[in-house]
Write a protein that binds this ligand. Sequence first.
Ligand code: UD1
Length: 421
Amino acid sequence: MDSIVVTGNGPLNGQIPIAGAKNACLTLMPATLLSDEPLTLTNAPRLSDIRTMTTLLQSLGAEVSTLNDGKVLAMSSHDLNNLTADYDIVRKMRASILVLGPMLARAGAAVVSLPGGCAIGARPVDLHLKALEAMGADLDLRDGYVHASARGGLKGAVFEFPFVSVGATENAVMAATLAKGTTVLKNVAREPEIVDLVDCLRRMGAQIEGEGTDTITVQGVDRLSGATHPVVTDRIELGTYMLAPAIAGGEVELLGGRRDLLQAFIEKLEEAGVSVTDTENGLKVTRNGNGIHAVDVTTEPFPGFPTDLQAQMMALLTTAEGVSVLEERIFENRFMHAPELMRMGAQIDVQGGTAKVTGVSSLRGAPVMATDLRASVSLILAGLAAEGETRVSRVYHLDRGYEQVEEKLRAVGALVERVAA
Ligand code: UD1
């Protein structure tokens, strides 16, 4: 199994290109199941999660081919010849549940294994199921599978989510595009990935309003057509690499970066003492000599501070001046990176959903273990400024969500290499 070895090496300077969003691509891909015409995605990221979704779609009868070195995904679901999403594929990735709504809407039936994914809390799929039930789906949970049917087709409905869920919003919106009549979804997620999905569905002929607000209205249509759609920038990859110069010092331009994707995160970065400026090609992050101040962070649904940047932000705050309090409100078990950062000398006290980080003057390199996708990259970031060598094991988590991480960091002067074992 591979490890990543990072050796603290002073300030970083240069440019890092930001890829298309993993989380957007993982919901755009199942949208192909809604139409018998081709759907092509450009600006796709090259990640193992995308390959897992490819395998899942192919198992259902979709054709998926990659062009332009993996950056273009050409899909066609002309023949949907299998309506069962098997446990062996679904268990690898929670986003697999996103095939349920589209399959049910197009074919009137679907059998989908209950998903696995990152070990960051219980993460049930009850909201996905409730929204589909409201649209007239009959659901039966048996042997670890959801057996869903809607014999006369799904019907428009009014449904209010009891709390905000990104995936459940995506599943419900996709299903509603082919339902009979109007669906009004209230208390929906407002993430940029939802806006991107709606943008793509609209290119396919769907009639949708309200994306980016807390209510989405979908007027069902009889069929959707093919389309070509560019995947939105990955705001989590963007935020992660913005933290590299914030932690190690220097000045790095993030190509394709957009402030509106990360407003709450950028405000916290600036409050901590990091400078962020807009450039012609993206965003520039500068930290020249000045120290980092402690800041308090609470994770929230968009437009709040993203849970997917909490671990990386914690890496920055380990060496801030003062005490920072990080409150995790989305996933109950998302501080597994804290004990690993403590192996590097960080002072962190976790009590339930709150972590108190007392800044230390510097971290020391150590062997550490990646426990989930965002935790793994937070350890690499911490290693950029630590004294000596940090060896991060179990990096298969990293490959699910970050393409060419060593190359991107090496390009700005970091000492990062992948080693076998
Ligand atoms: C998506 C992202 C993930 C991100 C998360 C929150 C993808 C592929 N993944 O995950 O990277 O961390 O949004 O921004 O886009 N919940 C339920 N019942 C449900 C659904 C969710 O209780 O049916 C809970 C979850 O356990 C969690 C909270 O709701 O505590 C939010 O989860 P949700 O927004 O659904 O996250 P995902 O869509 O799984």
